[in-house]
Design a protein around this ligand. Structure first.
Ligand SMILES: [Zn+2]
Length: 217
């Protein structure tokens, strides 16, 4: 993708997050890594009102090279992930409400009953709390980032990563959908657990088809 295409992709994903109520007003941030450059949404702008000129371009140390506004206040979190995982080229941080409810309760999203969840993820972990917009926010990210493309920031929200920004966005949608379904299920009195053989079948299916092991707590 060229410079313009990258900026347009960020605007598209940011608008989707806003339209689907996974970020409100100025919340959340979205970025793409392109070589030694990072493109990221600016601080203090509604995701529905972004323009190409507003998208910030920085180097891997966060020095701004282009863009009319200040980069997102969570740029250090994005840069930290890009440094730890060179395979990651896109990051979405949202406050998707159902996922964020789990984050605020400091409960990982996990289920021994929801087939889609077991097949795809097994567990969306919670990284330790750190104050927003400070280096504290990512101090525990390294605990899980090598095992998972999605994690919750304690008392805060959801982060997903991918080989493209689209992959990271689709993961946000998927995790949020699972979080919503699990919350509804718990309103109905809780999950009906699958048997161990049924769980083993799903774990094996995941291993053979997705080549992913469950994330151990
Ligand atoms: Zn946030």
């Amino acid at each position: 993708m060229n410079n313009k295409e990258i900026k347009l992709e960020i605007i598209k994903v940011a608008k989707k997050l806003y339209d689907r109520q996974m970020v409100n007003t100025n919340e959340g941030n979205v970025s793409i890594r392109n070589g030694d450059y990072v493109y990221i949404t600016p601080s203090q702008v509604c995701k529905d009102e972004l323009t190409e000129e507003m998208i910030c371009v920085t180097d891997l140390e966060g020095n701004k090279l282009d863009g009319t506004l200040k980069p997102s206040s969570e740029i250090a979190l994005h840069l930290h992930i890009y440094k730890l995982r060179p395979d990651v080229k896109g990051i979405v941080h949202s406050h998707a409400p159902h996922s964020t409810a789990f984050a605020i309760a400091r409960k990982p999203i996990v289920s021994k009953a929801y087939t889609e969840m077991i097949y795809l993820y097994d567990k969306i972990p919670v990284v330790d709390y750190g104050a927003p917009s400070t280096p504290e926010i990512y101090k525990d990210v390294k605990t899980y980032i090598y095992q998972t493309d999605a994690f919750l920031l304690a008392n805060h929200g959801l982060v997903t990563v991918g080989k493209t920004l689209k992959d990271a966005y689709l993961l946000t949608e998927s995790v949020e959908s699972i979080a919503r379904t699990l919350l509804y299920t718990r309103l109905l009195g809780g999950e009906y657990p699958l048997t161990q053989p049924d769980l083993e079948f799903l774990y094996n299916a995941r291993k053979s088809q997705l080549d992913k092991d469950p994330i151990t707590p």
